[in-house]
Ligand binder design. Structure first.
Ligand SMILES: Nc1ncnc2c1ncn2[C@@H]1O[C@H](COP(=O)(O)OP(=O)(O)OP(=O)(O)O)[C@@H](O)[C@H]1O
Ligand code: SF4
Ligand SMILES: [Mg+2]
Length: 347
């Protein structure tokens, strides 16, 4: 029997998750005209549930505008949620105030896509990395200097660069500065919002290797946001696929790549090149056509029905819940691939 994600968690809760997101919503008010009575909302994130285990990397993928960054910004408390809970180490962050909130927030850090715009151009590298340490009163004087230099060592930046400004660095080096700053306060969770997508391919793997090394060294937990599945393939333990403000599938990387249950995931996988020609011929590949509809006016029922090659009447009227179709494999689809049209996975 299939169960809703929430039910499964409460019934079989054996482990404490580092982060639990429950019923999270972010509706942006996009009403035009000050005196309009009827408010119009853009449902950027619309009732999502997921958890992240200590030490793992959860990839979040989906097309532009599906709500990935909004999800990250909500967890980081950079945005106010409309509804839902963000539970970090067992504590609902919205219930914390003042010093308690400031301390907890320091345990969650972010690495951004464009390190250039996230680094203050008028500050020297030393001060950029030192800033969080100073703000949180972690170190001063010689001790502060030592910690900044150690952080520079850890991320592979030469100490002689400490007096330089961000514009004097390449993209990859700037991302190293961003990473040094993100790990300065020894956070538990780092939200990485497309951290390598603006970098050259050769530099991307260097930064990903650095992130993996740091994860082991400092027992970090990552949420790794990317547009496509190839970008999360190596770094993720589990992957959540988002579509139009919803999570449509979430499972281990292996299950997602080998046996996707959601037609949208199948479509995203079709965009992943298969180097082996024999395998390439065996795999059925569906192509998702058209653009994602507007989150200000999402389709009825299953939001993917306007682009899904398997859509049926039920899909247009009833919204599918995210349910555990197989152990540790959650999907929001009335006709998940193996059940309704498993033949489509293999020729
Ligand atoms: N401050 C805002 N006000 C109104 N709408 C917003 C705001 N921020 C984001 N949105 C909208 O919310 C939706 C989700 O945006 P979000 O940035 O989370 O998407 P994304 O998945 O990160 O996309 P991308 O891959 O392009 O970064 C989009 O339709 C976006 O236009
Ligand atoms: S619920 Fe229907 S429209 Fe939605 S993904 Fe599943 S088959 Fe496609
Ligand atoms: Mg984004």
């Amino acid at each position: 029997m299939v169960q809703k994600l929430e039910q499964v968690e409460t019934q079989t809760k054996k482990e404490e998750y580092l982060l639990e997101v429950k019923g999270l919503k972010k509706y942006f008010d996009v009403t035009e005209g000050l005196f309009k009575k009827e408010r119009q909302y853009l449902r950027a994130v619309d009732n999502i549930d997921f958890f992240v285990r200590q030490g793992e990397t959860l990839g979040i993928v989906g097309e532009s505008g599906c709500g990935k960054s909004t999800t990250g910004n909500l967890i980081m408390q950079l945005l106010d949620k409309t509804e839902g809970e963000i539970i970090f180490e067992g504590v609902d962050l919205s219930k914390l105030k003042g010093e308690a909130l400031r301390k907890k927030r320091a345990e969650i850090q972010m690495i951004f896509q464009d390190p250039f715009s996230s680094l203050n151009p008028r500050m020297r590298v030393f001060d950029i990395i030192a800033e969080p340490l100073k703000t949180h009163g972690v170190a001063k004087g010689k001790e502060l200097e030592n910690q900044v230099y150690e952080l520079m060592d850890v991320v592979g930046l030469d100490r002689s660069y400490a007096r330089r400004y961000p514009h004097e660095f390449s993209g990859g080096q700037r991302q190293r500065i961003g990473i040094a700053r993100a790990i300065a306060l020894k956070p538990k969770l780092i939200i990485c919002d497309e951290p390598v997508s603006a970098l050259d391919v050769s530099i991307q793997s260097q930064i990903l290797n650095l992130m993996s090394k740091l994860q082991k060294e400092f027992q970090l937990t990552y949420i790794f946001i990317a547009h496509g599945l190839p970008a999360v393939k190596h770094i993720s333990d589990r992957v959540a696929v988002m579509y139009l403000g919803k999570i449509v599938e979430i499972t281990t990387k292996e299950k997602l790549f080998d046996q996707p249950l959601h037609p949208y995931t199948e479509g995203l996988l079709a965009a992943v090149p298969i180097p082996d020609p024999t395998l390439r011929d065996q795999k059925h590949r569906i192509i998702i056509e058209g653009d994602m509809p507007s989150p200000a006016n999402p389709p009825s029922g299953c939001r993917f029905h306007t682009r899904c090659p398997y859509a049926q009447d039920k899909c247009r009227s009833e919204e599918p819940s995210l349910i555990e179709e197989k152990p540790d494999h959650f999907v929001a689809c009335h006709f998940p691939l193996e059940k309704g049209h498993g033949v489509l996975i293999e020729k």
